[in-house]
Design a protein around this ligand. Structure first.
Ligand SMILES: CC(C)(COP(=O)(O)OP(=O)(O)OC[C@H]1O[C@@H](n2cnc3c(N)ncnc32)[C@H](O)[C@@H]1OP(=O)(O)O)[C@@H](O)C(=O)NCCC(=O)NCCS
Length: 148
């Protein structure tokens, strides 16, 4: 059961400034204007697989989550990869992140996505505490080969 009064909503053009503030904070101060502009463009482009939701509370953007819908082998229906779940520090522990994830999961059920999945650093205690009750933690190793 959600304890937040936040409204989960689509991202709108008027959110640009507030989105940028949360996005910069999520990126821990690493700013790249070209990437930000293109990410924002994709988020607002209905044809792009890059999507987002925001949490609105007290007239402010309190949190955001991005997700990418993509096909997989083994299923006809797509899956969704969740990225950039972030809640403004002033609005934490109000159930906003949980509500964002549950809303995204419900959207997926309605649209027949096979699953929602995401990565979380093992040392990110807040994230691990949140996800413990939201999904099954699988015993896979992540391998990355940087290509440029
Ligand atoms: C992780 C994060 C998204 C959680 O957002 P939040 O809105 O504060 O989380 P919620 O209020 O929905 O928390 C839901 C549950 O998660 C757990 N949880 C969340 N933050 C916690 C914390 N700091 N300590 C312990 N448990 C925590 C609790 O079980 C909590 O339920 P409770 O408050 O009823 O005990 C937020 O801390 C954040 O933005 N962190 C920086 C970005 C980040 O790490 N994102 C995740 C990347 S994988």
């Amino acid at each position: 059961m959600s304890k937040t009064q936040a409204i989960i909503d689509d991202i709108r053009p008027a959110d640009r400034q507030a989105w940028q503030r949360l996005w910069d904070a999520n990126n821990l101060g690493h700013k790249n204007e070209v990437v930000s502009n293109e990410t924002w463009r994709r988020l607002l482009d209905p044809a792009s697989p890059v999507k987002g939701l925001v949490a609105r509370l007290d007239g402010q953007l309190a949190g955001l989550v991005h997700y990418i819908i993509h096909p997989v082998t083994g299923h006809i229906e797509p899956v969704a990869y969740m990225q950039d779940l972030f809640v403004d520090p002033a609005f934490r522990r109000k159930g906003i992140a949980r509500t964002l994830v549950l809303h995204l999961a419900e959207l997926g059920r309605r649209n027949k996505w096979v699953r929602l999945y995401w990565l979380a650093e093992a040392k990110n205690g807040e994230a691990q505490a949140l996800y413990r009750h939201l999904g099954a933690k699988l015993d896979f190793s992540l391998y990355v080969l940087p290509l440029h």
